[in-house]
Design a protein around this ligand. Structure first.
Ligand code: DER
Length: 235
């Protein structure tokens, strides 16, 4: 079983919770892609009817459009029945780090407006503490004086050995620009950042900061696909 097989298994399991008539939050990333594919297949088969998809990124919008999933947005559907999305990290309390694909802001807007939010991951995403791995914790910032924002973010977490860097596009080394026209500062911590809510509040109080990639208490359940099988974690 490849990692992508595991992602597909978790995605298909989550789509079993989709019922006809639902308004669905459609996630972003390589795992959520499988869920969107599966939903489209079931609509095409006639198994699922009257589905409306709310995409969490332009990337997912394009995928869903090409698969003929009827689409709308949060303005038309302020309450969503079910959102299905991946995550970069999941801790034992089902708190998440998301945003390594750059879509954290729209994902958080849609997933926090969803009655149910099912997270789909392969087992490699499970961690003891989020924000304490070598991997990035993304923060979306306005482009204006981004370096000032970077410095203020790093200063919040000096005790955790924090470094920050402006996310660049792979190809041309230009600053990565989100769907919302903002930049992303990736924060890296050497040590645990402690209470997540305190860290979240401190980050969001800084002027110029739009949103961060910690999804605290948002997930209803997490479907984890591993080589030994699939487990469903609920709070
Ligand atoms: O960037 C994101 O928020 C994605 O959902 C990410 O968290 C998961 O992407 P993956 O399924 O490709 O690992």
């Amino acid at each position: 079983l490849t990692q992508d097989d595991l992602k597909k298994i978790a995605a298909y399991k989550a789509v079993e919770h989709v019922k006809s008539g639902m308004v669905l939050g459609l996630g972003t990333g390589s795992t959520a892609k499988h869920a969107v594919d599966r939903i489209a297949h079931l609509i095409q088969q006639g198994t699922l009817k009257d589905i409306i998809g709310i995409p969490t990124s332009t990337q997912t919008h394009e995928q869903a459009l090409s698969l003929n999933i009827p689409l709308s947005d949060l303005d038309s559907h302020p309450v969503i029945d079910l959102a299905i999305d991946g995550a970069d990290e999941v801790d034992p309390e089902l708190n998440l780090v998301k945003g390594r694909g750059g879509s954290l802001l729209r994902e958080k807007m849609i997933e926090s407006a969803s009655k149910k939010f099912i997270v789909i991951v392969d087992e490699s995403k499970m961690v003891k503490h989020i924000g304490a791995s070598r991997l990035a914790m993304p923060v979306e910032v306005i482009p204006f004086c981004w370096n000032h924002s970077l410095r203020r973010l790093v200063d919040l977490f000096t005790d955790s050995g924090c470094v920050g860097e402006l996310r660049k596009c792979a190809g041309n080394g230009e600053a990565y620009v989100t769907d919302n026209g903002n930049y992303i500062i990736d924060l890296y911590f050497e040590r645990d950042i402690g209470d997540l809510n305190e860290a979240s509040d401190a980050i969001l109080r800084l002027p110029g900061i739009v949103e961060h990639g910690m999804f605290i208490g948002l997930a209803s359940s997490v479907i984890v696909a591993g080589v030994d099988g699939v487990t469903v974690k609920t709070k």
